[in-house]
Design a protein around this ligand. Structure first.
Ligand code: IMP
Length: 433
């Protein structure tokens, strides 16, 4: 019966794919519920590595049904490309294994062009979006003029709709932003072609999820981005245009709260952020390079979607405690603890100071994040490599102390700790049912 939800507890890129992979082993459905191809996840199947942005990573497991829920914005070109890539890698992807909600909205080249034009027009105040057209697609959705996946079922009307949508966007692109218009008939025929290929994948995702839950099967909601990028609960305006928090899973899949069992928040053992916006614990200099890596390894802190170097800093417990609250987390997963090995003194941000007053809690939206000064607590680091740790007692006492302190400050138990990039490099404190 249960719905388990995996969400990012920071600004995205926490390593959610790892947890989804672990949980997907017991799930019959793995469903994306928000965002689009702005996300990036790495999926390992046997000895093959796939870099994906849109399809649920659980599809790598042969027994799961992947769902793109109504809360997702779907770029058909990306989706078809990923289906192709997975197939070439020997993964079976067909309409029996992947379903798109008829209510999911489509991203078009007009949305991408508007994203780029809006970012350029913001100048210094740009948000640092992924330029995937996410914001404009959700704008069309809330303006009740978006194109939904169901519209692909009626070919003739669909081509006209896409053409009219591009022409409307062209008026904005040329009239407001002074950029080049798109070729509406070319986009329409491209989308007609996509619709022919994607039609068989459109299905009653709400019904499929309900049936699975009623027949005691596990459904896994796979979060994208992270809590602090949530449109309502994140560090607005430097957020994405959807709700990647736990409640977003309910809206984005069409399921009620009574089915929820676990809400697992994934957080790195330190803090990272891509794009603009305040970051109280941000580091530069040697420690930043130490935490970020140089980009030589796939797990270094460079974006999967954009390749941008991520900003890095000490773990921020004010923000983590906030993420525990807004998601109602039942457990926390701590990733990349191994990266901290060899650092003599570790710092945890336990409060924010402003105007001589310090507070352990954040009333988000009260002030721009950049105005807070972090208050740190120092903890001793550990020297030894911990990549071979598999059980709690394999971790050095200082690493155990670091984890226990996080639990105490965040107010939630840590269930899993990742200590290396490989699937099995994990200290599992809670078993997965
Ligand atoms: P958008 O979602 O492309 O509109 O970008 C809005 C903000 O969210 C920017 O700061 C992006 O860098 C950030 N963002 C969007 N998706 C991700 C993600 O998957 N990981 C990390 N940051 C993201």
């Amino acid at each position: 019966m249960p719905l388990d939800i995996v969400v990012g507890a920071q600004w995205g890129d926490e390593g959610k794919g790892r947890m989804v992979d672990l949980f997907a082993g017991k799930a019959s459905i793995v469903a994306r519920f928000s965002g689009g191809d702005n996300a990036g996840h790495t999926v390992t199947v046997g000895d093959q590595i796939f870099k994906l942005h849109l399809v649920p990573s659980g599809l790598a497991r042969p027994h799961t049904l992947g769902i793109l829920g109504n809360g997702v914005v779907v770029n058909p070109a990306t989706l078809l490309h990923e289906i192709d890539t997975l197939r070439q890698g020997g993964v079976t992807v067909n309409p029996d294994r992947l379903k798109i909600s008829p209510a999911a909205h489509l991203i078009t080249p007009a949305h991408r062009a508007l994203d780029a034009a809006q970012e350029a027009s913001r100048g210094q105040a740009s948000l640092g979006t992924t330029l995937r057209g996410i914001g404009p697609a959700y704008m069309d959705k809330t303006a009740r003029q978006g194109i939904r996946a169901a519209e692909m079922l009626d070919e003739e009307a669909f081509a006209d709709r896409v053409s009219a949508h591009v022409e409307a966007a062209n008026r904005l692109l040329t009239g407001i932003y002074g950029t080049e218009p798109l070729d509406a008939s070319r986009v329409a025929s491209e989308y007609l072609d996509y619709s022919r290929q994607l039609k068989p994948y459109i299905g009653d995702t709400v019904g499929l999820v309900a049936e699975a839950l009623q027949s005691e099967k596990t459904v896994l909601a796979e979060g994208a981005q992270g809590t602090l990028l949530d449109l309502d609960h994140g560090t607005y305006p430097f957020v994405t245009s959807s709700n990647p928090t736990a409640a977003g899973a309910l809206i984005g899949l069409g399921v009620g709260p009574r089915w929820v069992r676990e809400v697992i928040g994934v957080a790195k053992a330190f803090q990272t952020r891509v794009g603009e916006g305040g970051f109280p614990t941000e580091l530069d200099g040697e420690m930043a390079i130490r935490l970020r890596g140089t980009g030589e390894n796939p797990w270094d802190e460079f974006g999967t979607t954009t390749g941008r170097a991520r900003r890095v800093g000490w773990l921020d417990l004010v923000l983590l405690r906030y993420a525990v609250r807004v998601n109602g987390l039942t457990h926390l997963t701590l990733t990349k603890l191994d990266i901290l090995s060899g650092i003599k003194t570790l710092k945890l941000c336990v409060a924010y100071e402003r105007d001589g007053r310090s507070s352990p809690d954040l009333a988000l939206g009260t002030y721009e994040m950049g105005h807070y000064r972090p208050v740190y607590e120092d903890l001793p680091g550990w020297e030894q490599d911990i990549q071979d740790a598999r059980v709690w007692n394999d971790l050095p006492p200082q690493a155990q102390q670091y984890v226990r302190r996080i639990e105490a400050l965040a107010g939630v138990k840590v269930g899993w700790i990742s200590v290396g990039p490989e699937r099995d490099q994990m200290v599992q404190l809670v078993s997965v049912e």
